[in-house]
Write a protein that binds this ligand. Structure first.
Ligand code: AMP
Ligand code: GLY
Length: 434
């Protein structure tokens, strides 16, 4: 069968790499893809937000399944349009994707379903919000309601900067319509963890746990990014957290969605904040994570395709997800200037050498092929993943591959998974034990 993968980042390269191993897959198209996906299939120059163009392409090319990577086309209703044309597609509908696309909606559902999360107030009037922030304990978190490319969250240390952030969003439309409404939220402390689960409306299967490193620089310094690296399984994840995740988060959420007459089908990943053994939800994402996908999929055993199909068909119950017990570490290599403006077109060296390394996968993100060379073509350029018998071994191998790769202005964190080393000596997470 022929597959279409929507998107062009490291997540989409990892999805294409995994799905291409399915014996039933004959051909993979990526829209728009990158130099990595071009080696696995054909890149199609259709942007992820051109839903009509993607729909036309899927029909004309008899695409049997479309898998959507990024959040924007899901929020814009890609799945609804594909369904209306009887095209098979993996991902939630527009109304279910509001769990990610509207933080106010997610907060309301969590509140009514009893899912543990930070307390928050919702405002569309900056004067009222500024009066409210006078009374709070600091820091507080100001969040734009809508999608803001990961930039719509501000941690404010005092009422003045909280009010400033609110006015920037509501009055000055710093994030456009995404900031028409804002949440003023309690600041949660602890450690963060991502849980990837496939959800078929009624039931779910955990795909894996991971920890992302969102800040640009070592020691969690510098600005927030899309993610500078990750490791899996998450260190510190235990049966107590697993129980909370099952009972208080996933079951409550699915019940809450049913009460709203909403059916979520696709990949749902909550970002959790954990403190003193108690997990609370920071946010829901309605798609595979980036770079979490690049660290989880190399651990996934067996064929991903039937699992995605069972998710779409509401048949996840009883499906066994098996993960390699070995931990994995992913280091993101980014262009100079990321997460701000970057220069592109720099030649990347060392890829062929890494391709010969065992237990190493180099996933492309912002890359393009030109005259036989691979050039940089975006902020996050590569995600270098390695598996090892211990987290330390996986880390060492990932960094030895990173050391072979070079491009002008390349930046990466040296401390991915470092603080987890004393906590995680083997590979146990929920899915690998079942
Ligand atoms: P979000 O887009 O809601 O996931 O927020 C992006 C990042 O901001 C999260 O991964 C956290 O690091 C941080 N963050 C969001 N909400 C809170 C909160 N209530 N308390 C502390 N940190 C937060
Ligand atoms: N790595 C976080 C995300 O994909 O949203």
């Amino acid at each position: 069968m022929r597959l279409l993968i929507v998107g062009g980042g490291g997540r989409e390269h990892a999805l294409a790499w995994k799905l291409q191993q399915s014996p039933r897959v004959e051909e993979i198209f990526c829209a728009p893809g990158n130099a990595g996906t071009a080696e696995l299939g054909e890149n199609i120059p259709i942007p992820p937000n051109d839903i009509a163009g993607l729909c036309r392409f899927a029909k004309e090319n008899r695409i049997a399944l479309t898998v959507v990577g990024p959040d924007d086309p899901l929020a814009a209703g890609l799945v609804d349009e594909f369904n209306a044309e009887n095209l098979r597609v993996f991902g939630p509908t527009k109304s279910a994707a509001r769990l990610e696309a509207s933080k106010v909606f997610a907060k309301q559902i969590m509140r009514s379903a009893g899912v543990p999360t930070a307390m928050a107030g919702v405002f569309d009037d900056s004067r009222k919000a500024c009066r409210f922030v006078e009374k709070l304990h600091y820091p507080v978190v100001i969040k734009a309601d809508g999608l803001a490319a990961g930039k719509g969250v501000v941690v404010a240390q005092d009422p003045k900067s909280a009010c400033q952030a609110v006015c920037d969003m509501i009055d000055h439309r710093r994030f456009g319509a995404a900031g028409e409404r804002v949440l003023v939220e309690e600041f949660l402390e602890g450690w963060e963890c991502s849980l990837h689960a496939l959800v078929d409306g009624d039931s779910y299967q955990l795909l894996g746990t991971a920890c992302d490193h969102k800040r640009l620089r070592d020691g969690n310094e510098g600005p927030n990014t899309g993610g500078m690296g990750a490791y899996s399984p998450a260190a510190g994840w235990d049966s107590n957290l697993e129980k909370q995740y099952e009972e208080k988060i996933m079951r409550s959420l699915l019940r809450g969605l049913r009460d709203e007459k909403l059916r979520f089908s696709g990949l749902l990943f909550p970002g959790l904040m954990i403190k003193d053994g108690v997990a609370r939800v920071l946010e829901f994402n309605c798609r595979f994570g980036d770079p979490e996908t690049q660290v989880i999929l190399p651990r996934l055993q067996g064929d991903l395709l039937p699992v995605l199909e069972k998710t779409i068909d509401g048949q996840l119950e009883g499906v066994k997800i098996e993960l390699d017990a070995r931990p994995a570490v992913t280091v993101v290599m980014a262009s100079a200037g990321y997460p701000g403006k970057v220069e592109t077109g720099k030649k990347i060296s060392g890829l062929a050498e890494c391709a010969r390394m065992e237990n190493v996968h180099v996933f492309h993100a912002g890359t393009q092929r030109s005259n036989g060379n691979v050039l940089t073509n975006g902020g996050r350029v590569l995600a270098v993943t390695a598996l090892g018998d211990t987290l330390g071994a996986a880390r060492e191998l990932a960094y030895s591959a990173v050391a072979k790769i070079d491009f002008e202005g390349c930046q990466y964190r040296r401390d991915i998974a470092l603080t987890a080393l004393p906590l995680n000596l083997g590979g146990t997470d929920v899915a690998s034990r079942s």
